[in-house]
Design a protein around this ligand. Sequence first.
Ligand SMILES: O=C(O)CCC(=O)C(=O)O
Ligand SMILES: [Fe+2]
Length: 313
Amino acid sequence: MTAAASVTPPLSLSPLQQARALALPSRDAMLARAPSVQHFWDDNRQLLSDAWQEWEQTEFKGDFTLDDSLLDARLREAVRQAWQDPTKELAVAELWQEVSTGVFQCQFFNPARLAELRDYLEQVADAGIPLRPPYGIALNRHGAMLDARSEGYLAAPGFQALYRELMDTYMRPISRLLFPEVMGYDTQTFGFSIQYQPGMDTSLRLHTDASAATLNVNLNLPGEAFGGSEVDFYDATTGRVNRLAFTPGMAMLHRGSVAHAAQPITSGKRTNLVTWLYGEHMQIPQHRVPYTAGNAVQRWRVPQAPSDGVAPF
Ligand SMILES: O=C(O)CCC(=O)C(=O)O
Ligand SMILES: [Fe+2]
């Protein structure tokens, strides 16, 4: 009798070593969303999570400052005060400029601190741990799923702490403030990173997001210039398109229902972090359906509802 060939790496290997030894599904299988791909991520979920933890502890090089000190100081201070006293929330709203109907812009990250986040993400891309890029864009080295609901997500604890802080402390209450109908359609979080560059992912066709609100933040470093790659937002009230360009650390927060498209990138790279809020079972506010606007105290709260595990893609 011969023993069946084992495809499982020997257990003496650490989680990081085991994760690095995994045979990834083929690119074609990934693009076709084959069932075997789903199994790959599901079967290895715990291993990958353990591997990211081990990687962060043993191999990540750098001072660990992935927290809201990376953010613009004015935004951070206004948000801190609103959490202490929600009646001060208007000072947060004043930092956001409406640049197209349903689209607000604000300096979100401190450009001088972005190098730390980018360095972390570079090391992530080089870690050799399987990471699932967002579907719909070609497979490139810098696209990653960020939320625990997504298979193959970036499970490193330090990054997850930053992501949770961005969602709970910043994105949700600010979205509620700027888009009152979002209240109640915001317990669920989702996120991914994207990078555009000529010859790789270059543009994104006109679409709406399946979110109540989308926060899209640019991670380019000061001096890291790119050509093209503006984001067009369609203004349904005027019928016009507003073409907007990201600068380092700038955020655009928009209703998911606002149609938008990324123009082709002509030179350089553009790296962005995109996060979504929506309700359980992917519910989003319905156009023209009455809603109950919350009050300030209700806006500055973290909902208790757990993740329903549903991922849009
Ligand atoms: O290119 C961008 O910044 C927008 C990306 C986007 O709309 C999306 O990924 O849904
Ligand atoms: Fe989008």
